[in-house]
Ligand binder design. Structure first.
Ligand code: ZN
Length: 256
């Protein structure tokens, strides 16, 4: 499975990842696969914080974090990558510093840009997966469409108050975000407590790791709804819409 020229795991890395290499489904070969993987995290906020933290801790080789925003006091109840000392700093700079301090083996690309239809293709270029850690629907649609066009898996997550949802999209094979939702765009500022993105972001990071390693059963064609007040997880079947304006024209032939 190792490609020529790709460095194997160092003794330090073998020690660092010892407990996860022990997992039967992972092992050393798949740990090397993680090291060769490149993941884009769109958003360095509430969802982006746990996603980036756990993907860096797990040893994903390159993490590209995109966020145009600066750290403000009202972010700190949930965006745990950012601390009081980071107030006023660019979120991507704060994120890069924390992730490097956590795992210096991981390459972190920090891009302080707003994701638009014009730059999205460049921003996702070369990535094996796109993680939706955005806080607004228009940006999610831009990412969803680009992911489908480029046939890059898309890991959706969203939060509101004590509730959250997640779904994984494999372009051409499974339902996409647009198949699921075409309704009105909700309000921009929404309530949330930090434990909710902690749960949903961890689920998204789990999905990314499973996809990259080719293990387990992905959260595809299933929308997972989490209710933190009741601690319940519900699943809704989402069917691929043949007339979806994002993915409908894509053949169902597998690209992997
Ligand atoms: Zn679709």
């Amino acid at each position: 499975m190792s490609k020529a020229g790709v460095p194997m795991l160092t003794p330090k890395e073998l020690e660092r990842y010892d407990r996860q290499i022990m997992i039967g489904e992972i092992g050393q070969e798949r740990q090397e696969k993680l090291k060769r993987s490149r993941v884009l995290i769109a958003g360095a906020g509430g969802l982006g914080s746990p996603i980036a933290t756990y993907l860096a801790a797990a040893g994903v080789g390159m993490i590209r974090v995109i966020d145009h925003d600066h750290v403000s006091l009202s972010n700190l109840n949930r965006q745990v990558l950012h601390w009081e000392e980071d107030l006023g700093s660019r979120k991507v700079d704060s994120a890069r510093t924390k992730l490097r301090n956590l795992n210096s083996e991981v390459e972190v690309e920090a891009i302080a840009e707003t994701i638009t239809e014009r730059n999205v293709s460049r921003l996702v270029d070369g990535c094996d997966g796109i993680v939706d850690a955005m806080d607004n629907l228009p940006s999610r649609y831009i990412l969803n469409r680009c992911a489908i066009e480029k046939r890059i898996p898309f890991f959706h997550g969203a939060i509101h108050g004590f509730e959250g949802r997640a779904m994984t999209v494999i372009p051409g094979e499974t339902a996409c975000l647009r198949c699921m939702y075409r309704g009105p765009v909700p309000q921009v500022k929404f309530p949330v407590i930090g434990v909710t993105p902690a749960v949903i972001g961890s689920i998204q990071a789990t999905e990314v790791i499973k996809y990259l390693l080719g293990i387990g059963r992905l959260l595809t064609n299933r929308l997972l709804i989490y209710d933190g007040l009741k601690i319940t997880f519900s699943e809704f079947i989402i069917n691929k819409n043949p007339s979806c304006d994002h993915c409908g024209s894509l053949s169902t032939s597998s690209s992997r």
